[in-house]
Design a protein around this ligand. Structure first.
Ligand code: UDP
Length: 325
């Protein structure tokens, strides 16, 4: 907890709930909120979250963990809710599609009901996936997207689209104070080694001197934002005036091909690994790049960590994970 100039501990600023607080982004958010002096309640069912991600602050006196499935009703009296609970890696949501859509629809209703009852502000971690395989490039917030409603990614894409709808309907009907963040690909320490996402897969493969599994021909693109920048963005959005709801894109405005990312990781890890090409998963978006004009102008937010620096920190983290395994 922060101390004032006379060294006395200041009273807790805010009571904050983070659903999905034991996930990759959730754990970084809890950590950052605790450092700010907030009282943090974390709700997670550990379906994809992990004890490892929260171990570094589990004993913090202002941290309270509740193991709970977001699809079941809950009530916690708080000032703010960051609603992150959902499987987020394509590998996970393809494996558990019904759980994924339930987390996003029932889970969002439950989180919104808690916000309504406690009068809390609530922020949704939405996703670039709501743009689907975009026909407009880069993607601006006013683009409605190109989403397959019945494909293997739909549980997540349509689940998040429905969650956004629910957020705006709770605002219109019940005057709940909402914020919607559209999060583009994010990476950093505390991603799970078996998460299945591109950065964790490639780094772990490169460090183990195994082939890097490039899906398709590697010309599809993504932009990659370092986790500390993303957390700053979410916190800035939460602190905006009640009239500012978003949706706001948060992501790195630099487009890279998956092949380039593989090459960069091989170089930075000084690995002897090569690339192997595997089939592109169904409905894998060809291109993705955020237009972050709104975040820049309305929130004065833009990423500050370079790709090389972010990767170095993430590589160092995975080196340690593999050493400890
Ligand atoms: N990808 C890849 N090899 C991997 C993992 C992912 O080539 O081992 C590709 C994947 O097909 C996609 C991109 O990397 O085009 C990003 O995948 P990720 O699962 O990280 O996130 P997505 O943006 O698809 O949600």
């Amino acid at each position: 907890m922060p101390r004032n100039q006379s060294g006395v501990k200041e009273a807790c600023l805010r009571r904050v709930l983070v659903t999905g607080g034991a996930g990759f982004l959730g754990s970084h958010l809890c950590d950052s909120l605790l450092k700010e002096g907030c009282n943090v309640a974390c709700l997670d069912n550990f379906s994809t979250g992990s004890q490892q991600a929260i171990a570094r602050f589990l004993q913090h006196p202002d941290f309270k963990l509740t193991t709970h499935d977001i699809t079941e009703r809950f009530m916690i009296q708080v000032d703010e809710i960051f609603h992150l609970a959902s499987p987020a890696s394509p590998v996970h949501y393809r494996r558990r599609p019904v759980e994924t859509i339930k987390a996003n629809v029932s889970g969002s209703i439950n989180a919104l009901e808690t916000a309504r009852e406690s009068g809390a502000k609530i922020l949704l971690s939405s996703t670039s996936e709501i743009y689907g395989d975009p026909l407009e490039h880069p993607q601006r917030e006013d683009y409605w997207g190109n989403v397959n409603p019945i494909g293997p990614r739909s549980c997540y894409d349509e689940g998040k689209r429905c969650a956004e709808t629910l957020f705006f309907d709770y605002r219109r009907e019940y005057d709940v104070k909402i914020k919607v963040a559209r999060i583009f690909n994010t990476y950093g320490p505390f991603m799970k080694a078996d998460d299945g996402r591109v950065i964790s897969n490639f780094i772990v493969q490169a460090l183990k001197q195994e082939p890097l599994t490039v899906y398709g021909d590697g010309t599809q693109t993504r932009s990659l934002c370092f986790v500390s920048d993303m957390i700053k963005g979410l916190k800035i959005l939460m602190n905006t005036e009640d009239s500012f709801t978003g949706p706001v894109n948060f992501g790195d405005p630099f487009e890279r091909t998956i092949g380039e990312i593989a090459e960069t990781i091989i170089r930075l890890t000084q690995s002897k690994s090569r690339m192997v090409f595997q089939p592109l998963p169904e409905d894998d978006p060809r291109r993705r790049l955020p237009d972050i004009t709104l975040a820049k102008t309305a929130l004065q937010w833009e990423p500050t960590v370079s790709f090389a620096d972010g990767l170095k920190e993430t590589i160092q983290y995975f080196r340690q994970v593999l050493k400890d395994a």
